[in-house]
Design a protein around this ligand. Structure first.
Ligand SMILES: [Fe+2]
Length: 307
């Protein structure tokens, strides 16, 4: 997908693009800022639309203002086990809540963005919008994995959600996507700084602090072939992997790559801080030259239930 089309979908055409320059070309030496928002889990209940609107206002008030947004998936509370009406309503709320951002938004698919894969009454693959189709139609208008450039940096969005029967899904990067990733990395080259995005973490210590020291990860908690993905990108200049899914704030730095899980817009699914310690918020990422910095910013949401 070309930049102009992506920006149109995002609801805003940047000044640089309208002047015919590559996106972010002017950002070059003086750097740029972007925000990673993940796990919005929007729904009509618990004030979620109001919460996302508050997060959006916090983003718009940042100084400097971000150049663009990347999302980390789980935009809606759930699509896996809901009616089409309920899925449509949640996607409508996402669109309305993010509209005021007026900057390009690049979306990552999460497991809860998938329609109908885990119905208690049985799945119906013939239903219009089934699986990733609804998210593709309503949110991204294209493929669930792709890449784009901003300034000298390269961004790779992975689709970590794959269908399995009968339980619904597992976190994995499939073979076609791995081959695409390999090609995309080759084209990018070993010098350019890269940011990767995946809803389910490629690397996390979640189980060790949230469950028990010896609790093994599962294929719905971490990307099953995450090591293989990492092996692909180790020779390249991957500065950070931005992740979601667990709703915690975590930064694992290993051989020069930050594996960052940047909390959740919804905290503990709109019921307070995640695990009692991670507030509702998002990651503000600052890039200058070859350097990457980030901070977690809470937007001051007071949960209507829990905490
Ligand atoms: Fe989530």
């Amino acid at each position: 997908m070309d930049i102009t089309r992506r920006q149109l979908i995002a609801g805003g055409i940047g000044l640089t693009a309208s002047m015919g320059l590559p996106l972010g070309a002017e950002a070059g030496a003086r750097g740029f800022r972007f925000v990673h928002i993940t796990d919005l889990h929007i729904q009509p209940e618990l004030g979620a639309p109001e919460g996302v609107a508050k997060a959006v206002q916090k983003i718009l008030g940042l100084n400097p203002r971000p150049n663009f947004i990347v999302t980390g998936g789980d935009h809606i509370m759930d699509g896996l086990d809901v009616t089409r009406e309920r899925a449509d309503l949640q996607f409508k709320l996402v669109k309305e809540a993010l509209k005021p951002l007026e900057m390009p938004i690049y979306y990552t698919v999460g497991n809860h963005d998938i329609f109908g894969w885990a119905r208690k009454g049985g799945n119906d693959s013939k239903e219009p919008g089934y699986g990733k189709q609804l998210f593709q139609e309503k949110v991204i208008a294209g493929r669930t994995y792709r890449s784009f450039d901003f300034g000298d940096w390269h961004f790779i969005i992975l689709d970590s959600i794959q269908a399995v029967s009968p339980q619904g899904w597992i976190a994995e990067i499939d073979d076609d996507q791995l081959e695409w990733l390999r090609q995309d990395l080759i084209q990018t080259g070993k010098q350019r700084p890269i940011i990767l995005l995946s809803h389910v973490p490629i690397m996390t210590l979640f189980n060790q602090y949230a469950e028990n020291t010896t609790t093994a990860p599962t294929a719905t908690g971490i990307v099953k072939n995450g090591k293989e993905v990492r092996d692909y990108f180790v020779p390249y200049n991957v500065k950070a992997v931005l992740q979601g899914h667990t709703h915690v704030v975590e930064d694992c730095l290993y051989t020069g790559t930050h594996y960052i899980t940047s909390g959740a817009i919804c905290g503990e699914w709109w019921e307070g801080y995640r695990l009692g310690v991670h507030p509702e918020g998002f990651a503000v990422c600052d890039v200058r030259g070859d350097k990457f910095d980030w901070q977690y910013v809470s937007y001051g949401w007071k949960a209507k239930k829990g905490r």
